[in-house]
Design a protein around this ligand. Sequence first.
Ligand code: C2E
Ligand code: MG
Ligand code: MG
Ligand code: MG
Length: 284
Amino acid sequence: EAKRRGRNTWQMFNPVLARNLSDRLLIESQLRRALENGEFHLEYQPTIELATNRIVAAEALLRWNNRHLGRIGPAAFIPHAENSGDIVPIGAWVIREACRQLRAWRNAGLPVLRIATNVSYRQFLNESLAETVRAALNEFDIAGASLELEMTERVLIDDIPDTQDTLAALRGFGVCLTIDDFGEGYSALNYLRRLPIDGIKISHTFMQGIPTHRADSAICDAIIRIAQGLGLSVTAEGVENEDQQRFLVDRGTPLAQGHLFSQPLPAAAFAEFFTQWNTRRPER
Ligand code: C2E
Ligand code: MG
Ligand code: MG
Ligand code: MG
């Protein structure tokens, strides 16, 4: 287990931040107190329904601002939090905060349909995940269907005990379960029919070459068709230009996210963006 964890962790380390042990220890010691010091916040990136050109959801992305280390992106610190186990309370905070924000928007009259959070495989090793979700939904009076949990393929492929039970419990609350960064990792296809998944998000790494790069286009095309065949929802991530959008629309891709529409935004900016976008005349 240590070896497996170690290998995966090192792959994901930001080479600049974690080049040496002292950097790593500094990050881990700062991370340990980050929650109680209130150093985290969430930013929200809109998800666009391509057929209607409406924002239907927001993905919450974790942001860490530390007084010694500055602003650190999640790709650089989440592997450390996974390694230390701190991701469990941090991840629980993310779920609760996202639900709190969704409730606040709705109370302010903003009809955001769904909010998505990223869940680490490490949170599935801890039996409290389903209870964390249940409590957050309950506290903020959010229907399960208004919450989406994004997990990587690793959750499904690693044989984590009780994962199936946890997924079933989450499903029981009506929560949407999606696979993030689909295609980036192991991409075994058999779990797609075995496990109770609602949708997949195509890794932004395949979006970059669209439409000119033949392999990227073929892979995206295939992923979209597999999802459609299985009755799964598809979100294209990292959509940056109109050629990519056209490619997706031509193939009937339901959902998209990316800088073409908006970067992740702080909550207040998201609310403003949402209102402007959804009240203007749809272009298509
Ligand atoms: P992700 O969940 O796949 O999120 C998408 C990432 O792509 C985000 O980076 C987002 O800012 C970025 N992005 C959005 N649109 C575009 C685009 O058009 N082009 C490009 N090049 N990038 C785009 P971010 O916020 O740095 O997050 C990186 C990763 O960190 C996330 O990837 C997710 O795996 C992880 N992460 C973020 N928040 C959390 C969290 O609360 N918990 C856990 N466990 N992981 C998180
Ligand atoms: Mg995600
Ligand atoms: Mg992704
Ligand atoms: Mg990712």
